[in-house]
Design a protein around this ligand. Structure first.
Ligand SMILES: [Zn+2]
Length: 94
């Protein structure tokens, strides 16, 4: 079969000709009032239309890292809670 390495790509859902390929970008997200940047974040980016989808696994891990309520079951499907407890929990203050 094929080599199952990082050279995976998926057909784009936005355009007929594009393929999503794995690239590493800087991911931006807000945690309260604080802008978090995550370098080298895996994402899938279309080579034609530029559609980007962040890698779900990495996104989940990041969410667990950033969300202080990570232990609780996620009842609210996909609703981003905008709690204003602005703790300065940075992953790596460098
Ligand atoms: Zn596309």
């Amino acid at each position: 079969m094929k080599h199952d390495d990082e050279e995976l790509s998926f057909p784009c859902t936005e355009c007929p000709a594009g393929h999503l390929t794995r690239q590493y970008i800087t991911y931006f997200t807000w945690l309260g009032d604080e802008l978090i940047t995550v370098p080298d974040f895996p994402a899938w980016i279309c080579d034609v239309c530029g559609r980007r989808e962040y890698d779900l696994q990495a996104l989940n891990q990041l969410t667990l890292l950033l969300n202080p309520n990570a232990g609780k079951p996620a009842n609210k499907a996909r609703s981003i809670s905008t709690r204003t407890s602005a703790k300065s929990t940075r992953p790596h203050p460098e």
